[in-house]
Design a protein around this ligand. Structure first.
Ligand code: ANZ
Ligand code: ZN
Length: 810
């Protein structure tokens, strides 16, 4: 008997699958399509670790099963190759990204192949190659053509370490997502995509898609729709007014001062009136560099300066109140000014305490109690101290107060959003150049389609400059060009596109990766899209997944595609922890798949990752668990020596009616349903139960054994293929049909009887199927819980639904 030694055969089958094109997708096939997509990785020089592979293993199991179920499966892979990770690595090592990126790709591809993943490598895409980024630039032109790409000077997030601007989404708690450096604010001319035009549809269409609720909520919060009102405050002795945005108009009687953002335009108009102008200007200067996140964190000290000599009038009670400038109010949201209600807003509360401003309580909780001695009472409640609105609920007062002021021309209802337009220009080398030319005569001119791609030049000094300009600005050959309109001398835009632009449409390119005339042919798009299942990390909840949805809606609107949600179903795999921390290169707790596979084989890696725990939960890697799986596969390996081919055909019919036959069919059902529902761990355990049973048999007939192999194939493809072909089959196991179970054999012998009293479920008990009414009654009435409930009550009636429930009416 030979030992299970996966290193002896895994490579062989990988080559065989490739040679026989087992996992190639056919555009011509008439079979129903299934498009299962992994989020494409960025090519890291360090390769991928086993944590990255969890999601890929899931999609691979599903793809392989769908193939066996007779679906035409598209399961592609490619490289998100532009961007900061590759470029920062290049800067660190001095190796040009054009070299290091391709090297990293070769390595990761090898890793993916060694895990037995069945990607269709003929469809491989790479976002840093000309035939790809040409289309990224083309989409820029389309957006430009439809006035959805524009340039404007704006306060932007600047990472002083990466020396580039960042999208809001790339700033995490005020720090650069990539390197953790505190982000600064700068005013720069930048390119934006008008994603805000699509806000309503981005919100509404979430109802159309089968995504984890958690991700939908994150998108909703990121878009941040707020219903409220804009209210005007007159300024004493002035014509101009200060307009505030509030979601809490019900608290207006408690507004004791106004705060405006340091960037607010009214300051310059009030200059002559401000008595402490020097102090105010100094404060404004100080806030210039602080980013929004830094300014608005709740526990930050509430700095600010009063505009002495300026008073505003609260429109509900005509009280004169002071006006402050403070950095906790940001210019980019609402109107850049707020009505401060210290009794009911914690930030205002802290500010009022610090600056000795009056705190007036105007909302009490519904139970009459409220407490605002130590902090603001921020909930809704009942109005007090609010004139004729006292006694009204917050909800009602929010509308009534605005209506009343609207009658006087001082207020209107208003909806605000947190989502800003998407900042897409980067002052970095490693990206797709923005296809725009500046001409002294014609101004800003988009590069004509037929001149695409604007090639990224090979320059030696690709390091970021730090002066707000892209390294491309240093290349005279790149910068100096002809104007596409007048053919006069002109200069190229030197910024490159955010890599999230590349990944906003990549899923389309897989359908037609070599097309030279279009990003993908209409016919192929129609055949394959939308994506049926998208698998990847939850960290992409707001950036990539929101941008891709925006792109799809835009493409639909201009008639390029006929759907507007790209990913029908989304699944987020759980994170892998090791030694107590999230597995990551930077924490030094990664398990390298290369070494792992050498030692235990790819199948052990796959089955272990599937078995670790619920697929969407975080799970801890266990070295002992790995060994358990290895032994499990070894036991399957040994089963081959128990096959008795002589007995096979004779005992076939008999076998099916035995307990083993029933177990086999129950396992088929369980594995099938579990894969469909991402319950890979319980699918594996049902295979374990089956293997236990098969080990107990004296001999095995090959029919039962081959069922086991087919069930095993998506999970442990190498082992299944090896054992399959050892059985004498000449064709791949993946050409086999997925199994159907016999519904008579999976029928349970028992069921859970529901026991109700007066229509309410009170108990459950497992009983045999097919019991008659009186037997069932007896069992139900003998139950402890039932006896306690009924006691001496008279039973009026018993309703009985066979094999389902019994309802005792008293
Ligand atoms: C008065 C008030 C009283 C407020 C109260 C809250 C509680 P969301 O839900 O995020 O939309 N606000 C408005 N514009 C702002 C700006 N540019 N910078 C900083 N804060 C701003 O929050 C809306 C609330 O945030 C508004 O409602 C306003 O404070 C503040 F008991 O107005 B509120
Ligand atoms: Zn020109």
């Amino acid at each position: 008997m030979k030992r299970y030694n996966p290193s002896k055969f895994e490579r062989k089958w990988q080559k065989y699958w490739e040679k026989e094109k087992i996992f190639r997708t056919s555009d011509g096939s008439k079979k129903p399509k299934f498009y299962v997509l992994d989020m494409f990785p960025y090519p890291s020089a360090y390769g991928i670790h086993v944590g990255h592979m969890k999601g890929y293993t899931f999609s691979d199991v599903i793809a392989k099963k769908k193939i066996m179920e007779g679906k035409n499966v598209l399961h592609p892979m490619g490289w998100d190759a532009f961007g900061l990770p590759a470029e920062n690595y290049a800067i660190k090592t001095g190796i040009h990204p054009k070299i290091s990126t391709f090297k990293a790709i070769r390595n990761i591809k090898k890793q993916l192949i060694s895990a037995g993943y069945g990607y269709d490598w003929e469809r491989e895409i790479n976002s840093c190659e000309e035939n790809y980024y040409k289309w990224t630039q083309w989409f820029f032109l389309k957006l430009y053509e439809h006035n959805l790409a524009y340039k404007k000077k704006a306060p932007v997030n600047w990472c002083p370490n990466c020396k580039t601007v960042l999208a809001n989404e790339q700033v995490i708690e005020g720090k650069c997502e990539r390197c953790g450096t505190l982000v600064e604010k700068r005013y720069l001319e930048q390119w934006f995509f008008k994603i805000t035009k699509y806000i309503d549809r981005l919100l509404k269409d979430l109802d159309k898609i089968d995504w984890p609720e958690k991700i939908k909520i994150m998108q909703k919060n990121w878009i941040g729709r707020s219903e409220g009102a804009e209210i005007d405050f007159r300024i004493v002795g002035q014509k101009s007014k200060i307009r505030v945005f509030t979601t809490r108009a019900d608290t207006l009687f408690g507004c004791t001062y106004i705060v405006i953002a340091p960037e607010h335009k009214i300051i310059s108009r009030l200059k002559s009136q401000i008595l402490n102008l020097k102090e105010v200007e100094k404060y404004i200067e100080e806030t210039k560099r602080k980013t929004e996140t830094v300014r608005t964190t709740e526990d930050k000290e509430k700095t600010g300066v009063e505009l002495k000599g300026v008073k505003a009038i609260n429109p509900v009670n005509n009280e004169e109140i002071p006006v402050f400038v403070a950095d906790y109010v940001v210019m980019e949201y609402g109107t850049g000014a707020i009505m401060a209600v210290p009794a009911h807003d914690q930030r205002d509360y802290l500010f009022a305490k610090k600056h000795n401003l009056p705190i007036v309580e105007v909302i009490k909780s519904k139970n009459g109690k409220s407490y605002i001695k130590s902090r603001a009472f921020e909930e809704d409640g009942i109005l007090v101290n609010s004139g004729r609105f006292s006694g009204m609920s917050s909800d009602k007062a929010r509308k009534e107060i605005v209506r009343w002021l609207r009658g006087k021309g001082l207020a209107k209802f208003s909806v605000q959003h947190k989502l800003r337009d998407w900042l897409v220009s980067r002052q970095r080398y490693w990206g797709a150049p923005i296809p725009v030319v500046y001409c002294p005569r014609c101004g800003e001119v988009p590069v004509p389609e037929k001149e695409l791609p604007v090639k990224l030049p090979n320059i030696k000094d690709f390091k970021p400059t730090g002066d707000g300009r892209s390294p491309l600005a240093k290349s005279k050959r790149f910068v100096n060009c002809r104007c596409p309109k007048c053919n006069g001398p002109a200069k190229r835009e030197t910024d490159t596109l955010d890599t999230f632009v590349c990944s906003s449409w990549y899923y389309l390119r897989y359908t037609d990766p070599n097309n030279q005339k279009e990003f993908a042919s209409k016919r192929k798009i129609k055949k394959w899209l939308p994506v049926d299942l998208y698998i990847g990390g939850a960290e992409h909840a707001v950036m990539h997944l929101l941008y891709a949805r925006f792109f799809a809606k835009f493409m639909k609107d201009i008639g390029l595609i006929d759907f507007d949600e790209p990913f029908l179903k989304l699944f987020n795999q759980g994170i892998i922890y090791y030694k107590g921390a999230k597995m990551s290169k930077s924490k030094g707790n990664v398990i390298n798949p290369d070494e792992f596979i050498k030692k235990y084989g790819a199948d052990t890696l796959r089955v272990y990752e599937l078995f670790m725990g619920p697929a969407d939960q975080a799970t801890e890697w266990s070295d002992r668990g790995v060994i358990g799986i290895y032994r499990f596969l070894q036991r399957i390996w040994k089963l081959q020596y128990k096959i008795d081919t002589q007995k096979s055909s004779k005992s076939k019919d008999k076998a099916l009616n035995t307990a083993l036959g029933k177990l086999v069919h129950k396992t088929i059902r369980k594995v099938t349903e579990d894969i469909d529902n991402f319950r890979f761990n319980t699918a594996v355990s049902s295979l374990m139960i089956l293997v236990n049973e098969l080990e107990r048999q004296k001999y095995l007939i090959s029919d039962t054994y081959s069922i086991l192999l087919k069930l095993l194939a998506p999970f442990a493809p190498h082992l299944a293929e090896e054992l399959w072909q050892r059985l004498g089959y000449k064709e791949s196991i993946f050409k086999e049909k997925w199994l159907k179970y016999d519904s008579r054999l999976v029928k349970e012998d028992t069921f859970d009887l529901i026991i109700q009293i007066n229509g309410k479920v009170r108990d459950k008990v497992e009983v045999p199927i097919g019991m008659n009414k009186s037997e069932t009654e007896k069992i139900a009435l003998r139950r402890e819980k039932v006896r306690k409930r009924i006691e001496r009550d008279k039973i009026k009636k018993i309703i009985y639904v066979p094999d389902k429930l019994i309802n005792i009416v008293v």
